[in-house]
Design a protein. Structure first.
Length: 614
């Protein structure tokens, strides 16, 4: 093989998916390569070529446009242009050169014949962007199964069955005796065969012994009513996050709505080893802000550990968000100890990524207070002190103050349930730009501490207002579509052009945020109360708003981009840098760039569908 063919072979062999071919196959491809030089602003294919051909950019750049001359993508050095391999006469597309370009081309039938012995490579050209992305995400998830523990282990491998129960009219003494005989720290309380509560050894100590309550009183007097439970079909990691977030150590397990057993934090910790629970345990034991600050330094290490062991972006987000909630709860407890109990019921709520359980490195604060309608003007002094103490404490622990001042320290976001109801009603009925901005923040809320019903009631009313509200949803859609995925991101026109993030791609705002926005719109349209993006997409899949296939495609896209994001952040943390969302394209492989383009194509396709609907 002469020097020129060797150079062509080596160049092709470095390009996915040709890098999976045998050397002999690559050499045969190189022998049939046609080399062409095309001037800037020239169309492709050249007029003298009529057969389907595959093009590879050796030097230069191509633009790929639709019938309306809208840019669909870009091809740069080393990129493969397949749009002429299997042309669709119904789809009018155009490809032109952005600069003087050197192209390799080869007959598509010849390429396809050569790939017959390599089905994996052949499949790459036969599948859509969504199918290629799904394959890659499945591969990542399969690796996570090998590396992870609780993430991919069913609760059924952990919970104790059958659940040990006691009747609601049994005495406290009988409950204590049964717990002692069974060597348990809790019992589930039933009435007419249905679970009505849970009683723990802590309940007996605090609600009976410490209060001087007679031991012959019925156990229902000291039990926790309507305990949080989890369905057996969930994985053990979700149970761990739920217990961590809600600060509970015992979790009833149900199967098809019927009581099946009990799982405890101890059961899970024995399996998991070092995880978020250890950090949250230390947080709950801390007695000073100084101690909390020291614990907060462990969070970046946890993120590094989780990524290193193959944890998915979704599970990293759940863990980091649960830890943020733990810091918040402990600070609220400290504040209440200093100021005394709250004058009226309230709930501290998280907004944004924490509420969606999608936090990662370098998160700032987004929080608010919903206070009972019983509150009076003089009560605000107490809530002002609470907000100041907690927000300052979170800032000390590395959670920056919100640049937009969406925090409880802002009196506007420290209001009664009635005022919050008016906020939501105005945002829905008068969707001006400012209202739409607030929708993107406050339609993603989750309770952290306090009377959860205050938020639940508001959310129920809000969803009744948004479900099927075409005018509001049209405004929300128009606002959301301002963020478009940057197809062809490796070219200068889509990268940050100035400042410290020059020549990087903003994965958060240009990649993940458009999916978060779409998921929120679908959920509001269908009246779905879920806040987590993946859960929203799962619940609306198969509805009038979104097909099941499109739902799965968006889930694959956000999971893949989420993995790129946290891997980038872990590299920064390992180098002693502050984690951000700005990915230098050169940091990822050519194959990862291809998968990222596939993810962008999926998002753009769904955005186009949404735009056409409104």
């Amino acid at each position: 093989m002469d020097a020129e063919l060797t150079e062509i072979r080596d160049f092709i062999n470095a390009i996915p998916p040709f890098d999976k071919l045998a050397v002999q196959a690559v050499s045969k491809l190189a022998e049939h390569i046609h080399i062409g030089y095309i001037r800037k602003n020239s169309p492709l294919p050249p007029k003298n070529i009529t057969e389907p051909r595959l093009y590879i950019v050796r030097k230069g750049a191509l633009s790929y446009l639709d019938e309306q001359e809208e840019l669909l993508g870009k091809f740069g050095e080393g990129d493969i242009c397949t749009v002429f391999c299997l042309p669709d006469d119904k789809v009018k597309i155009a490809v032109r050169t952005d600069e003087d370009t050197l192209l390799y081309s080869i007959s598509w039938p010849l390429v396809f014949d050569l790939l017959g012995a390599f089905p994996e490579v052949q499949a790459y050209f036969n599948t859509s962007a969504a199918e290629r992305l799904q394959h890659q995400v499945s591969k990542i998830n399969d690796e996570a199964v090998v590396n992870a523990t609780l993430m991919n282990t069913n609760i059924g491998d952990f919970y104790r069955a059958p659940a040990v129960t006691i009747a609601a009219d049994a005495s406290i003494r009988e409950a204590a005796i049964k717990m002692n005989d069974c060597n348990l720290s809790s019992l589930l309380v039933t009435e007419k065969g249905e679970m009505t509560g849970i009683v723990t050894d802590k309940d007996i100590r605090q609600r009976c012994v410490a209060e001087g309550l007679a031991y012959d009183r019925v156990v229902s007097d000291i039990m926790t009513r309507q305990p949080i439970s989890i369905e057996a079909g969930n994985n053990a990691f979700d149970a761990l996050v739920l217990m961590t977030t809600k600060q509970i150590h015992h979790l009833p397990v149900t199967q098809n709505g019927r009581l099946a057993g009990m799982i405890t934090v101890t059961d899970l910790i024995r399996q998991e080893g070092q995880n978020a629970v250890h950090i949250t345990g230390a947080i709950h034991k801390a007695s000073t802000i100084k101690e909390l600050v020291e614990i907060s330094k462990l969070v970046p290490e946890l993120q590094r550990h989780m990524v290193k062991t193959g944890t998915t972006a979704a599970h990293v987000g759940k863990s980091i968000s649960a830890i943020t909630a733990a810091f918040t709860v402990r600070l609220i407890e400290m504040a209440e100890k200093l100021s005394g109990p709250a004058p009226v019921p309230y709930v501290w709520v998280a907004a944004g990524s924490q509420a969606r359980q999608e936090q990662c490195g370098n998160s700032d604060q987004d929080n608010a207070l919903i206070i009972s309608n019983e509150c009076k003007p003089e009560h605000d002094y107490w809530f002002h002190d609470l907000a100041t103490f907690v927000c300052d404490g979170l800032a000390a622990c590395g959670y920056a103050y919100c640049p937009g001042n969406v925090m409880t320290t802002n009196p506007k976001w420290r209001q009664s349930q009635k005022i919050w109801g008016q906020y939501f009603e105005n945002w829905v009925n008068k969707p001006d730009p400012k209202a739409l901005m607030h929708c993107s923040i406050f339609f993603d809320l989750a309770p952290v501490y306090g009377d959860m019903s205050l938020l639940a009631d508001l959310r129920r009313t809000m969803l009744e207002q948004t479900r099927g509200n075409t005018l509001f949803l049209a405004h929300l859609t128009k606002n959301a579509l301002q963020l478009r995925p940057p197809l062809g991101f490796f070219r200068d026109f889509v990268l940050e052009k100035n400042g410290e993030n020059k020549n990087t791609l903003d994965l958060k705002h240009k990649g993940i945020a458009p999916i978060v926005d779409l998921a929120r719109i679908y959920a509001l349209a269908e009246g779905v109360s879920a806040v987590n993006t993946l859960e929203r997409l799962r619940q609306v899949g198969g509805s009038a708003s979104l097909t099941r296939a499109s739902s799965e495609n968006l889930i694959d896209a956000v999971e893949f981009m989420g993995m790129l994001r946290i891997e980038h952040q872990v590299k920064q943390l390992s180098q002693g840098k502050v984690a951000d969302n700005h990915l230098p394209p050169k940091q990822i492989s050519r194959l990862e760039r291809e998968h990222l383009k596939d993810a962008f194509k999926v998002v753009k396709a769904l955005q186009d569908v949404r735009q056409a609907a409104y």
